[in-house]
Ligand binder design. Structure first.
Ligand code: GLU
Length: 292
């Protein structure tokens, strides 16, 4: 089984949102996903997820790119930017609208909250309200409106409900864009942080609705700060320093430690050169895969 995996066609990706520079957590994800691809002799792509412009920081994409290059985590094809791919998302949405799998919704957050209160549940999940189905059967389309996916899976209905594919302000959501991109780019393996784990059932469901193949998923443990919180811009995570090869190696050593790479040669105080270090890391990662 593992051997079959090691020889299959592998296309992986790292898909950061340009909301800030890479920190110890995002570097660990980048390294884990890069190693997973390289250990399978696979290809690895870089996709900048810059759809939610109000959250993006101008220039953060360039900084992330520099940081990855400085750490030797190189990718195989041209960098893709989601902001340049919106026609693909619109096509997928049109397909779902035509097959009546997506419906227009003009509910405000307040209306959804009120409808949920009336139904007797107040439960919230990551600030995302479980949509009570208000507009499911409305045929009129009055812009501006959001477009939601009709969710018929029982578990998903209980946990997220009909989720948004395109917001009323015209922005395509992460769920739609990531599923369309992964499919159109032919991604076979998605290796990302465990913070995204609860998005995966939604994405698999959406893949099914669009007739896409399901990639394999691996969710890596998150790097936590001293308060046991995920490193993020909100928790003021510090950018990794990649201004010298020594600093890159230090950051990579911490990421490798987090990922469970225990080969002593990786953790020496004066480690080998970056390219050699990465080779050892691939070898170590491959050994871990084989032993599983
Ligand atoms: N853009 C997402 C993030 O930075 C990651 C998307 C994914 O890997 O599916 O959190």
């Amino acid at each position: 089984m593992i051997l079959a995996m090691l020889t299959c066609n592998y296309l992986g990706r790292f898909a950061p949102s340009p909301t800030g520079a890479l920190h110890a957590g995002s570097l660990a994800t980048a390294l884990g996903s890069w190693l997973h691809a390289r250990a399978h002799n696979g290809k690895w792509l870089l996709r900048i997820e810059d759809l939610d412009l109000p959250r993006c920081i101008p220039g953060a994409d360039k900084i992330i790119i520099q940081q990855l290059l400085a750490c030797g985590l190189e990718w195989d094809e041209e960098v893709e930017y989601q902001s340049k791919r919106t026609s693909f998302y619109q096509n997928a949405l049109n397909e779902l609208i035509e097959s009546e799998k997506s419906f227009a919704c003009r509910c405000t957050r307040k209306q959804i909250e009120d409808a949920l209160l009336t139904l007797g549940h107040k439960k919230q999940r990551h600030e995302e309200l479980i949509y009570p189905g208000t507009c499911r059967h409305t045929k009129d389309i009055v812009e501006p409106c959001a477009w939601r996916l009709r969710v018929d899976d029982e578990d998903l209905r209980k946990t997220v409900g009909d989720f948004v594919l395109r917001r009323a302000d015209g922005i395509f959501t992460y769920q739609l864009a990531v599923v369309v991109d992964d499919a159109l780019q032919g991604i076979t393996h998605i290796v990302r942080g465990a913070d995204l784990l609860d998005n995966t059932p939604r994405q698999i469901y959406l893949q099914k609705q669009l007739g896409y193949k399901q990639p394999q998923y691996l969710h890596l443990p998150l790097v936590l700060d001293e308060n046991n919180e995920k490193l993020s811009k909100q928790t003021l995570a510090k950018a990794i320093h990649t201004d010298s090869p020594e600093n890159c190696l230090k950051a990579l050593q911490a990421a490798a430690q987090h990922l469970g790479l225990r080969d002593d040669r990786l953790h020496e105080e004066s480690p080998p050169k970056l390219s050699k270090w990465l080779e050892i890391a691939i070898e170590n990662y491959r050994a871990i895969l084989k032993s599983e």
